[in-house]
Design a protein around this ligand. Structure first.
Ligand SMILES: [Zn+2]
Length: 420
């Protein structure tokens, strides 16, 4: 077998013939020629035999490494005049539009981005993190399930902070399939309006329930005509539990400040360490935290009362109760918290009462399932990695790669282009 033929098979890229190869340090430059005579538009299915002009466009793509060498595929491309898209450099079957990387390299990058951390990926692939972000965007654009907005019935809408200084993403989850199906930068009514614009009135009319947090922005968008005014608005119990935990934290800080201005400043310091003992689920406490909690119990007072209120509330949503039982317990909790003489709990009880029906709707429709919460925690894990990106679209692409309707294949998992 000739060396170029062998290399052609090893690179395993479709639609090209290797015409030459050279090595420059740890860079292997592979010159290739496209096999197709017809020119294809990179944005649609238009093909033609007529090239727009005779000027060759030198183009290169980074491919999968060969040994320790970075492989760069190089070709002269032609220009095509598409009736719809105008004059563009022709499409190649082995790389996505306007990418300096082969499809295989991008697929590998996207796969790694969902599996491991920023430093590892950048070092292993020898590309910077924002390049990873742009690759994620291209992979999502071409590989995400184009039918993802079909047949939506139970949705979840969440805001996620993806960067400091109040940078948020809104993500829409299909509760039935357990996938993130849509996202956009921002977290206001207009952000979710854009989702309904894309969905269209017919598909929006089929939506039966939308779960969300207790803020007014998303509910306003859902309620609008042409959106989904028929849908039941559900409040994710997750958000309600979080609100109550925050109320407890207010009580804890208050007690901590009182101690600091009291006779024993070291007591205040110890109290600060009690934060996690109070906020974590009792089952997840370390021995030290459990001991702190026992001390707080002996001490009693407002913080302990606040703690028992928080734990009582959390237990309502453990998932082992019927809707009737949950209803009864929520109502009992609201009246207990209202009478607690803890101002922040009185206020929280008011908020919970206001959203009582939404919380109960979520329980009734089973939206508080482990799956939705599982997905939520994956999204939050992924978003921590996406914080290194400079663009919201890249952060969103990473969320879609990890949690969206998309099948990522590694280069060796696709069929061999040169079998035998
Ligand atoms: Zn076109």
């Amino acid at each position: 077998m000739r060396a170029t033929t062998l290399l052609n098979r090893l690179l395993d890229l479709p639609g090209l013939d290797v015409s030459g190869v050279s090595l420059d340090g740890r860079r292997m430059l592979v010159e290739v020629r496209l096999r197709a005579r017809r020119l294809a538009c990179p944005l649609c299915s238009f093909t033609t035999r007529a090239r727009y002009d005779t000027r060759p466009v030198p183009s290169s793509w980074q491919h999968l490494d060969f040994g320790t060498a970075t492989v760069v595929v190089f070709a002269y491309l032609r220009r095509v005049d598409c009736p719809e898209h105008g004059v563009l450099v022709e499409a190649v079957p082995f790389a996505r539009y306007r990418s300096g990387f082969t499809r295989d390299f991008e697929d590998l990058t996207a796969y790694l981005a969902t599996k491991t951390d920023k430093t590892t990926i950048a070092r292993f692939l020898r590309i910077d993190w924002d390049t990873v972000g742009r690759i994620c965007e291209r992979v999502v654009a071409t590989e995400v399930d184009q039918d993802r907005l079909e047949g939506l019935v139970h949705l979840g809408v969440d805001e996620i902070s993806w960067r400091k200084h109040h940078k948020y993403l809104t993500v829409v989850t299909d509760h039935t399939r357990g996938k993130v199906v849509w996202g956009k930068a921002g977290k206001d009514t207009a952000t979710l309006d854009a989702f309904f614009d894309e969905l269209g009135p017919d598909r929006a009319a089929a939506i039966e329930a939308v779960s969300m947090d207790m803020g007014p922005a998303y509910a306003k968008s859902v309620r609008a005509d042409d959106h989904a005014p028929q849908a039941v608005i559900c409040i994710d119990p997750f958000h309600a539990v979080k609100l109550v935990a925050e109320a407890l934290d207010v009580e804890r800080r208050k007690a901590c400040n009182e101690l600091r201005h009291g006779e024993d400043p070291t007591a205040a310091k110890k109290f600060k360490g009690a934060r996690w003992a109070l906020l974590k689920n009792p089952g997840n406490l370390t021995d030290g935290q459990a001991a702190t909690l026992r001390k707080l119990k002996r001490r009693g007072g407002d913080v302990w009362r606040a703690y028992t209120l928080k734990e009582a509330f959390r237990a309502i949503f453990a998932g082992d109760l019927t809707t009737d039982q949950v209803t009864e317990l929520i109502d009992r909790w609201i009246s207990r918290a209202s009478r607690s003489r803890l101002p922040v709990f009185v206020k929280t009880a008011k908020t919970i009462r206001k959203h009582r029906d939404g919380i109960l709707a979520a329980i009734r429709l089973g939206i508080n399932n482990a799956r939705a919460e599982g997905l939520n925690s994956v999204v939050r894990l992924i978003i921590r990695r996406a914080r290194g990106f400079h663009s919201a679209d890249a952060a969103l692409a990473l969320v879609m790669l990890a949690c969206g309707p998309i099948t990522l294949r590694l280069p060796h998992e696709r069929p061999n282009i040169h079998p035998g």
